[in-house]
Ligand binder design. Structure first.
Ligand code: AMP
Length: 280
C-alpha cells in the first residue's frame, strides 16, 4: 500500500491505472478504523482492482463546541489495518492543502438535510458534502462505499452525486455492530466502562420497536414512543432525536408503509451516539 499525502501525487499515481481502464473503489473515512470501516473496504476490494481509502478528520463538519481536537487518531494502527486488508492507496491529506487560506467554496444539499443530524448540527452536511465532493474530484472513483450507520450522510451524498451528474456508483452497506449490539463507531472509544455497558440499550430499543412493527404496529409515533420509553429508563441518555423518516425523502412519516428508517441520536456524558434500523 502506498500512503500519499498530496493531491498532486495521488492524481499522478492514479492516472496510469485509470488509463488502463481499472475501476477505482473509494472509501472516505475519518480514521481510527474499526470493522465497520473494514466492511466497506472489503467490499471495495472485492468489486474493484484498485481501492483508495482516505483518512481526513474534516474540520468543516465539526461544530465549534464539538470534538474536533479530541477525535481519536492512530495512523500507525490504521495503516497496519489497511495494509492487511489489501488496500492499494491511503490518501492522508493535510488540512492546509484541503482548506487553504481564503477558502470560499461550499456544497449544500437541501431537503434531505432538514431533519435528523441536519437539524441538530448546523453546517454539518455542508462540511460533509464539500469534503466528499473534493475527495471525489481528487480520486475520481468509479464506485464509493458508505455505511448505513450514517444513513443520512449516505443518502445526502447519493443525492449530491445525482444532482451534480457525477459518474460514481454509491453502495450503502449494513451497520456492523459489537456483540452486544452497539453500532461500531470511532467515538465509542470515548465511553468509560460504565457508559459502554449502557450504550447497547440504543440497539435494544430499536429492536423492540422493530418487533412491535412486525407484530403490526405501523404508526410512527407509537414506534417512536417505544424507543423513547426504553431510553428514558437510563437517565444518562440525553435524547437529541428519535424519528421515523421515509427512506427516499428523509421526511417524517406518520405510518410506515414504504421503506423507512427509525433513526436516533443521543448524548451519553458528552459522547454523541447515533443508530438506526431500516423498515421494509
Ligand atoms: P467515519 O470514519 O466515521 O466518517 O466513517 C466512514 C464511513 O464508515 C462512513 O461511510 C460510515 O457510515 C461508515 N461506518 C462507520 N461506522 C460503521 C459501522 N458500524 N458499520 C458500517 N459502516 C460504518
Amino acid at each position: 500500500m502506498l500512503t500519499i499525502e498530496t493531491i498532486e501525487k495521488l492524481k499522478t499515481a492514479l492516472k496510469p491505472l485509470k488509463m488502463q481502464g481499472k475501476s477505482i473503489g473509494f472509501v472516505p473515512t475519518m480514521g481510527f478504523l474499526h470493522q465497520g470501516h473494514l466492511s466497506l473496504i472489503e467490499q471495495s476490494i472485492a468489486d474493484n482492482p484498485i481501492t483508495v481509502v482516505s483518512i481526513f478528520v474534516n474540520p468543516a463538519q465539526f461544530q465549534p463546541n464539538m470534538d474536533l481536537d479530541r477525535y481519536p487518531r492512530d495512523l500507525a494502527r490504521d495503516t497496519a489495518l489497511l495494509e492487511k486488508a489489501g488496500v492499494d492507496f491511503l490518501f492522508f491529506p493535510d488540512v492546509t492543502e484541503i482548506y487553504p487560506e481564503n477558502y470560499q467554496t461550499w456544497v449544500e444539499v437541501y431537503q434531505l438535510t432538514d431533519l435528523l443530524d441536519g437539524a441538530s448540527r448546523a453546517g454539518y452536511f455542508k462540511g460533509i458534502c464539500t469534503i466528499v465532493l473534493k475527495l471525489f474530484n481528487i480520486v475520481q472513483p468509479d464506485k464509493t462505499y458508505f455505511g448505513q450507520k450514517d444513513i443520512q450522510q449516505a443518502r445526502v451524498i447519493q443525492k449530491m452525486i445525482a444532482d451534480l451528474h457525477l459518474d460514481i456508483d454509491l453502495k450503502i452497506l449494513p451497520i456492523i455492530r459489537e456483540n452486544d449490539g452497539l453500532a461500531m463507531s470511532s467515538r465509542n472509544s470515548y465511553l468509560n466502562e460504565k457508559d459502554r455497558k449502557i450504550a447497547p440499550l440504543l440497539y435494544k430499543a430499536l429492536c423492540e420497536a422493530e418487533k412491535r412493527f412486525e407484530q403490526g404496529e405501523h404508526r410512527a409515533n407509537k414506534l417512536i414512543q417505544i424507543v423513547h420509553s426504553i431510553l428514558s429508563q437510563e437517565s444518562a441518555f440525553i435524547i437529541d432525536y428519535i424519528d421515523i423518516v421515509d427512506a427516499n425523502t428523509l421526511q417524517r412519516v406518520e405510518q410506515v408503509t414504504n421503506t423507512a428508517y427509525l433513526a436516533l441520536a443521543v448524548d451519553l456524558h458528552g459522547t454523541r451516539l447515533i443508530d438506526n434500523t431500516q423498515y421494509l
